[in-house]
Write a protein that binds this ligand. Sequence first.
Ligand code: NDP
Length: 250
Amino acid sequence: MNDKGTQKIAIVTGGASGLGFAIAQKLVCKKITTIIVGRNAQKLQEAKSQLGEFCHIRVADLTTLEAIPAWVEMIVNEFGKIDVLVNNAGINMKKPTTEVTDLEFQQIIQTNLTSVFTLSREVSKHMIRAGEGNIVNISSMAAHYGIPKVVAYTASKSAIEGMTRSLAVDLSPLGIRVNCVAPGFIETNMSAAALNSDPERKNRVLARTPMGKLGVPQDVANAVYFLTSDEASFITGAVLPVDGGNSIGF
Ligand code: NDP
């Protein structure tokens, strides 16, 4: 993708913060026009001021599924095409299973899974016409083993990995690669606060991580960029853990 960088158009959902911001930062560094999406206009504006001229912002609540087809159409009309879609936006909720309401469960599924399907379906229609494209979904270690008190989040991330494989078999013959990155324990403001306030949990995380440390958002961004690049031209349907070995640690 490097040489043709200026012609590439990417969408990063949830690109104003955390891992999405690092992913957007990586793509703009590669001179890829990157549209970051979120619900909070001010947060997007602040991110854009750091990301610079290759960054564009769009305010959208992706759980409003019925608005997505026209929204994608508008992006294509304005930017000409979409080469890369990074489905990064996601929400989590930590609560004992018996206290999770049906509405809370559905809200997490709607954000982390259903909107990813709708957006991928609409974007892939344009990619199919172009005969090429890349979709990268963001999963989690929660899809790989049982983490307590995150039942809806775990369900959504497990489904994302299955959906990645299904989309890959449907779309790869049409020129679109679909892959997934499963971050392990990554140091963001939120996770650092959570782990530092619970030293036992932090020790448990580090003890089963062969590399003995947390990751940084740039580790995830590098993996996402790799999967969207020509360096990964024969990789599709893969789930790539970026976790310092946490998922294979004993
Ligand atoms: P953040 O909370 O920092 O970022 C999530 C982003 O998603 C926000 O920018 C938010 O923007 C956006 N978002 C949420 N809901 C919607 C919506 N309905 N419509 C549009 N945008 C939305 O989280 P992280 O960076 O930590 O997480 C990013 C992804 O990585 C998630 O999918 C998460 O599950 C996954 N992940 C994170 C790990 C970590 O250690 N941080 C580990 C494993 C996986 P706004 O509020 O403006 O809408």
